[in-house]
Design a protein around this ligand. Structure first.
Ligand code: DON
Length: 351
């Protein structure tokens, strides 16, 4: 009800004066959100910090390409790209942000999100698990120790997540996984077929994991089907900009900033980010959170995406990895940017 409706006996002029005064005082007291979109206070520094991180680590040669998937040794090791994508879709980048590499494990949280959307977060928790194992991404021991309950970001949990996707056939399962990744990226993503061939023909460890899970009743499709779809998922080609956009969709509460499509329910985002925070770097997750303070996900292709909830994503690509299978320059670049902008979720991290 506005001021003029309350006063029925005074003159029109008086009503207008009262209404005007009320409007002015309301405007003065209006909360920030009522004034329209407020620019992120860090925006003015985005290009500067991206350039600085790129320049600082461009010539770092530490680590080496993954080689247990033979074709990954062929990725030019010097490639390096850094990007910030904001929740309204603005892109700030430096270096090789257009080179397509395989998404690998960075795909895992997004298929977990699909399972949460199709079924529920409870199903994810009960049928896969959400405890960090503190062990490597391909650990078979973790499966036994944790009584088959792992999390959707290690290989076992990610293969189980693919098998949990509701589908009528293997083709339909793949179509749903691919469409979901593309929706997060806001662009059609396709498989790098040579990477798929290279990984599938050498996937003896993952086949063992799929068969163990099936034997224990923790796989929800035929094992070879789950293995094939999982391997295709890991072979999807992305560039650093795509990863940034996928992270920005999470930062934006599950809505892709460019297409405007809701890809997952907003209420599932905090649960997914919690799993990324505790298990996104496998046995290095504690050190990562200590240093970067951001939920993130790595892949042996060299990509990493980190999310500043409600604000933006930072992504990077560099093929040389450390012993835990995490990209060294990508980690360092994202840590620096998080510290420079003071955006760690537990408070500003020192650089
Ligand atoms: O299943 C695998 O071993 C690979 N497709 C993915 C592993 C991976 O990316 C681990 N992350 N750093």
């Amino acid at each position: 009800m506005n001021a003029s409706e309350k006063i029925s006996t005074v003159t029109v002029a008086r009503q207008l004066a009262v209404a005007l005064a009320a409007t002015l005082s309301l405007a003065a007291a209006a909360p920030a959100w009522a004034k329209g979109p407020v620019p992120d206070p860090a925006v003015k520094d985005f290009q500067r910090v991206v350039n600085a991180a790129y320049a600082k680590y461009k010539d770092l040669k530490e680590g080496k390409n993954a080689d247990y998937i033979p074709i990954l040794t062929e990725t030019p090791s010097d490639l390096f790209g850094v990007v910030i994508v904001t929740k309204d879709g603005k892109v700030y980048s430096a270096g090789d942000v257009d080179y397509k590499f395989s998404i690998q494990s960075v795909s895992k949280p997004f298929t977990a999100a699909l399972v949460m959307s199709q079924q529920s977060p409870e199903v994810l928790e009960e049928k896969i698990g959400v405890e960090p194992t503190g062990m490597s991404f391909n650990s078979k021991l973790a499966l036994a120790i944790y009584e088959n309950s792992v999390n959707p970001l290690v290989n076992a949990g990610a293969i189980a997540a693919v098998s949990l996707v509701q589908a009528t056939s293997e083709q339909d399962r793949w179509n749903k996984v691919q469409q979901n990744l593309s929706d997060f990226a806001g662009a059609p993503l396709t498989v790098l077929e040579k990477v798929y061939e290279s990984e599938y023909t050498t996937a003896f460890g993952n086949r063992g994991i799929a068969n163990l899970l099936y034997n224990w009743g923790r796989l929800y499709s035929e094992p070879e089907e789950a293995l094939r779809v999982y391997t295709r998922q890991c072979s999807v080609g992305v560039n650093a900009r795509d990863l940034g956009m996928m992270g920005a969709t999470l930062a934006n509460g599950g809505v892709n900033p460019v297409t405007g499509k809701r890809v997952m329910p907003a209420e599932h985002v905090p649960e997914l980010l919690a799993v990324m925070a505790t298990a996104g770097f496998y046995d290095e997750s504690g050190v990562w959170m200590y240093k970067a303070g951001l939920p993130a996900k790595t892949g042996v292709g060299g990509g990493i995406v980190a999310v500043v909830p409600g604000r933006f994503a930072i992504a990077a690509f560099s093929p040389r990895l450390n012993e835990a299978g995490n990209s060294i320059r990508s980690m360092k670049a994202i840590q620096d940017i998080a510290a420079d902008l003071g955006v760690g979720v537990f408070g500003a991290n020192p650089n």
